[in-house]
Design a protein around this ligand. Structure first.
Ligand SMILES: [Zn+2]
Length: 316
């Protein structure tokens, strides 16, 4: 009896050993086998095979670049001095219920960005168009509430024109504007100072004016803008006149073909160089005239100005 128990125990032990060995072999068969690498000295002259590490190295965090602070803005910009071929297309007096959406379609089709100087009361009437302007990547800015000549306003009335428009734009779009274009370009030093200091607004003038509010002819608008455009220019137009909006496809396509890049006015200001740069043929895109030489030729003295025969026309 005792012998039988021992025999059974020995048999069970043997079976256990056999099963364990079989299981070990099966597990080993499933493991991926790594090729055996010959030792460096074993095969002389052959390059050693680099093996990939079994555990991936922890990626080192990429350092976050600290943004370069923008140079302080000037009080007023008429144009900018840029090293590239950037240009700012600006549209005043909208949003217009029909023409502004038409213009936005033209810009969207071409991937062109611009700046819209909005009249506050129009924003209050068409907030959804102001929202669309922002949603499509354009800049919105202040052009007063009711388009008065700022220079003729009492201090409180001026404050209301500016603040109400900023509020209307903010309510419609969530944007706090940083630029203000005075209606008719009517501005003086004390209003500029107030806009800068009290409202944090930069005065945005222009360098190319096709007088599109007066000459309601698309061919004229296209010709004037495409001929007068230069790198860093700020182009004035009004998206409340059908002739102006009709002119835009040709303006956009002609200037794009000449190598210009349309940016918003704040983007153009961010590119502004402290002094005019000498444009060389190397960095001038095809079709864009090189900037005037830094040293202008000596001008011949201008003849004395004759008195005007007709009175000067007043700005409407
Ligand atoms: Zn205007």
């Amino acid at each position: 009896m005792k012998l039988k128990i021992w025999s059974l125990a020995a048999l069970a032990f043997t079976i256990a050993i056999v099963l364990f060995t079989a299981a070990s072999l099966a597990a080993k068969a499933q493991l991926p086998t790594r090729p055996s690498i010959p030792a460096e000295s074993a095969i002389a002259g052959l390059p050693t095979i680099a093996t990939a590490p079994l555990v991936e190295a922890t990626p080192t965090p990429t350092p976050v670049p600290t943004p370069t602070p923008l140079p302080p803005r000037k009080a007023t910009y008429n144009k900018c001095h840029v090293a590239g071929s950037e240009i700012a297309m600006t549209f005043d007096d909208g949003p217009h219920p029909k023409l502004t959406p038409m213009l936005l379609d033209m810009m969207k089709e071409r991937g062109i960005k611009g700046t819209f100087f909005l009249v506050g009361k129009n924003v209050a009437e068409y907030p959804e168009i102001a929202q669309r302007i922002v949603a499509e990547g354009h800049e919105v800015a202040n052009h007063s509430w009711a388009h008065p000549q700022l220079t003729k306003l009492a201090p409180d009335a001026l404050k209301k024109e500016i603040a109400d428009t900023n509020d209307a734009i903010h309510r419609a779009t969530g944007i706090q504007t940083t630029l203000m274009r005075p209606p008719y370009g009517a501005i003086n030093a004390s209003i500029t100072k107030r806009l800068n200091e009290e409202f944090g607004l930069t005065v945005a003038m222009w360098s190319v004016d096709p007088l599109d509010w007066k000459i309601r002819n698309a061919a004229h608008v296209t010709k004037f803008i495409t001929e007068k455009a230069a790198p860093g220019a700020i182009i004035l137009a009004h998206d409340i006149h059908p002739s102006t909006v009709q002119a835009m496809p040709a303006v956009f396509d002609t200037l794009t073909a000449k190598g210009y890049k349309f940016v918003t006015m704040s983007e153009l200001i961010a590119l502004d160089l402290p002094a005019p740069i000498q444009t060389t043929p190397a960095n001038t895109p095809a079709g864009i005239p090189a900037a005037n030489p830094a040293i202008p030729p000596i001008a011949t003295p201008a003849p004395p100005i004759a008195p005007r025969a007709t009175p000067a026309t007043t700005i409407p």
